[in-house]
Design a binder for this molecule. Sequence first.
Ligand code: MG
Length: 345
Amino acid sequence: MKTPTLPRPLAFAFFASIGALLPAAQAAEFAANWLGHDRNRPQPPVVDPGYPSTPERAGKAPSDAVVLFDGADLSRWAAMDGQPSKWIVRDAAMECVPGSGYIRTLQSFGECQLHLEFATPATVKGNSQGRGNSGVFFGMGRYEIQVLDSYQNKTYADGSCGSVYNQYPPLVNASRKPGEWQTYDILWTPPKFGAEGKLLSPARVTVFHNGVVVQNNVTLIGETSWLQRPPYRQHPEKLPLALQDHGNPVRYRNVWVRELDGGKPEFYLPDATLESYTGQYENCEVSRKESNLILKFSGVETVLFAESPTHFFSKDVDIQAEFDPADKTVQVSVGEDGGKKQKRK
Ligand code: MG
């Protein structure tokens, strides 16, 4: 039997319309034009899924996750300015020390799956927003998923536990009692910006609180803030995750994240570290733009992203730069060509 075929323009319109319905990554995959049941299509990677925490046993992260806290130490966290965090580790949990400030991850994350467990203080003090308040932030403090003791504690709906703060109340209140461990499983899609800061696509988030969906792929209208609803402001797609100090000793454990957008790990270095690399070298010039370095080399200007405190890479061309803070040199390599150490003038 002859398979009916669509005329070309119609077929294009049909597939283009399907592409428009799919998330960008899936649409790109679709556009790659795999056959149905294509035997050459790559197999999904095998992942040991780990297991959730129970009161008796700490959880185990999936094998491909970046473990941010496993009960041992705060080595993957810092204060917002990059200095050592003043939060403490007690009974295999990281605990907010009131007045010590937010903490952030050293590594930056874009589209990701985040799992964490939190417990608000067992001894109830305060009410409304003053009770067991903390928060999970994406985008280096810009977008907050509220953490609050919402167990029989009335507050404004868009500030309840599981809310996108000042934007969306949770669909339900799935809170456990104060002092009990609770879980968040969050799917985060960062906003994307084009040249000159134009918003190309807004942030989206899905949140499960204790396994119950409380945010279903909602679209953020901008940054989250108290009293105001500020619009989006351009920022890099990958930025650190942060946890809020809101004056209550909220505890966290079993924190891990899975990156969904591929690429190399990126780190968010303190301004002082970035600044220390800037200057005129023998064959290149390095300057700083916000959380990135700009390399001018052989007539080309490219943004450098930190893969470690000393190693940087470009996303436009296969250029890498290794800084040596001790002897004030940089070694710029292109592809396989290693280059040589250049002294700063
Ligand atoms: Mg908060």
